[in-house]
Design a protein. Structure first.
Length: 330
């Protein structure tokens, strides 16, 4: 599967459109300098949205955490005029902070220090364009930033600490490339606690030496899922054919369903925690299905909720895998 050219149906939130300019006529914004704090959406030594929690009973533990998370946010740019985001787009940066850092990256602040780079993300319209050559360039521009940010993180911030890779949607494209190029079968792989690469199809055997997670406490592995309502899947199932489906409730990747009683809680997009919904989950046509839909009208494709729907299960799993990693290192 060519991830440069793949069009993800979950991202088609509006009608297909034509970009107004193609590469090479288009010049992307300048590359970010990651020694500048403003080019990070989250850093553990300053105040930002990654420090928040949805309720007082859930606390930010970054100051005492001995593991890091490198979080790669999904697409927020939606433009026909530009292929890649500018680091100085204040409105876009605010959206990244309030929509993805708040709702997704905060999952990890109970056991990890949170590092989340801003990057020249490709526009959402790039996923629906027929100009696949320009799309491939735009994704490579975005990935070059993610790689540069990770290399800066490893050189200046990591200091030999264990780390987690977490990503969603477009972030998962870049996270997958990063894992393949920089971590898989490299010396730093021993520092990898787990990777959560969510919301963009990841095939079985994607990595040489990094296995798929199949237990809640397995370490050095990768988990992936994409969420749909019961009986639903992408219109073109070929996009997800043979994709990994890790159930984020029981953490099995072998198709074992999870009962609603195992589901621990949702954080809604208004950042309200809700543990009253008990959502059973199963695998269906290479995607994750919610068997007990929420008592509100929702779309079949729950891409936007890939993290929020399982917020507390993921948060607890992060802590469990870190504990297992630390025991194995003794």
């Amino acid at each position: 599967m060519n991830y440069n050219l793949l069009i993800l149906s979950a991202l088609l939130l509006s009608a297909c459109s034509t970009m107004k300019v193609s590469y090479p006529q288009y010049t992307p914004p300048p590359a970010p300098n990651y020694s500048w704090e403003e080019n990070w959406a989250a850093l553990p030594f300053r105040q930002d949205y990654a420090d928040l929690t949805p309720t007082a009973s859930i606390t930010d533990q970054q100051s005492s955490a001995n593991v890091d998370v490198f979080f790669i946010h999904p697409t927020l740019l939606d433009s026909r005029k530009v292929w890649n985001a500018s680091m100085t787009d204040k409105e876009l940066n605010r959206d990244v902070d309030m929509k993805t850092i708040l709702n997704q990256a905060t999952i990890f602040n109970g056991a990890c220090r949170v590092y989340a780079p801003r990057y020249r993300q490709m526009t959402l319209k790039g996923f629906s364009t027929k100009d696949t050559a320009s799309k491939a360039i735009a994704l490579k521009v975005a990935y070059s930033d993610v790689k540069a940010a990770f290399e800066y993180y490893m050189k200046h911030y990591n200091q030999g600490r264990p780390f987690i890779i977490a990503a969603h949607s477009q972030g998962t494209i870049h996270g997958t490339w990063l894992m393949r190029e920089v971590i898989d079968n490299q010396a730093i792989q021993k520092q990898l606690v787990v990777a959560y690469l969510v919301g963009f199809p990841m095939e079985q055997d994607k990595f040489k030496t990094i296995p798929v997670c199949n237990t809640p406490t397995q370490t050095g592995c990768v988990a992936h899922w994409a969420t749909y309502i019961e009986g639903s899947s992408p219109k073109d199932t070929a996009w997800y054919k043979n994709a990994v489906v890790t159930n984020p409730v029981n953490w099995k990747s072998d198709g074992t369903p999870a009962a609603g009683s195992e589901h621990l809680g949702i954080v809604w997009k208004n950042y309200q925690y809700d543990n009253s919904k008990h959502l059973a989950t199963s695998t269906y046509k290479d995607v994750l299905n919610l068997q007990n839909p929420m008592p509100i009208k929702v779309k079949k494709n729950l891409h936007i909720g890939d993290y929020n729907l399982f917020w507390m299960n993921i948060r607890e799993n992060v802590a469990d895998r870190i504990s297992a990693y630390q025991i194995s290192e003794k």
